[in-house]
Write a protein that binds this ligand. Structure first.
Ligand code: CA
Length: 227
């Protein structure tokens, strides 16, 4: 299920879009204010924005600019008369546009198409291990085990992404210290052991079989990279 942010100052249109998008299985956030939309973009990180370019408080193109900066796809809603807005919207990174008045079914189809294009580029950035048990998304700085998001410290994140970068390869403690040092300055070999211990704890019961100790050498990831 995707989260769609609808930015539209005309209440009837906003409510209509909400109804159709929810019926299509999406989770919907709405606002009639561009300033509010800028905050929602950062706070809620929607999967897509349906954006009316003609907003009462700030220029809709300002919202478009912010969304493209954080790689959230945008479908622009424009007045039929405004060819200029459509062209300008596409030039500035909108993925698609719909002219008013529109059929809500068409909007829902276009939302699905843009989300599909985006998710296929997004999933390629997610590394999957052990048949989907462990997911690591470096671009989003997110990891999950068995569908449960992991809340990792920078050092634990460094250990996990280093091991995951080359599954099966054994990393010595000093190698891990060097890799993790980018995240933390106080890197001593024995602190790696405590980072590993905490990371395993967060990984759950199988922690020690996911981050495997290789006696006398160091650590390796115990899950295969899914292809
Ligand atoms: Ca408007």
């Amino acid at each position: 299920m995707a989260t769609v942010l609808v930015v539209e100052d005309e209440r009837d249109i906003r409510d209509l879009l909400r109804r159709y998008l929810e019926r299509a299985g999406h989770s919907v956030l709405t606002t009639g204010s561009g300033a509010d939309a800028l905050n929602l973009l950062v706070d809620s990180v929607p999967d897509l924005v349906l954006l009316d370019l003609g907003l009462p408080d700030i220029d809709g193109f300002e919202v478009l600019r912010r969304a493209t900066e954080i790689a959230v796809p945008v479908i622009a809603l424009t007045a039929r008369s405004s060819v200029e807005d459509r062209i300008r919207g596409l030039e500035r990174g909108a993925d698609d546009y719909v002219t008013k008045p529109f059929s809500p079914q068409e909007v829902v189809l276009r939302v699905g198409a843009v989300l599909g294009r985006h998710s296929s580029t997004m999933t390629s950035a997610v590394m999957s291990f052990g048949g989907g048990r462990l997911l690591v998304d470096e671009s989003r700085h997110e990891a999950a085990i068995d569908g449960r998001p992991l809340d990792l410290t920078p050092s634990e994140w460094g250990v996990l992404t280093t091991l995951a970068g080359s599954p099966g390869r054994v990393y010595s403690r000093s190698e891990l210290v060097n890799r993790v040092r980018g995240y933390e300055f106080a890197g001593y070999e024995r602190t790696i052991d405590s980072h590993v211990k905490n990371l395993r704890h967060k990984l759950g019961n199988d922690g020690a079989t996911i981050v495997v100790t290789v006696l006398g050498v160091g650590y390796r990831l115990g899950l295969d990279h899914d292809r």
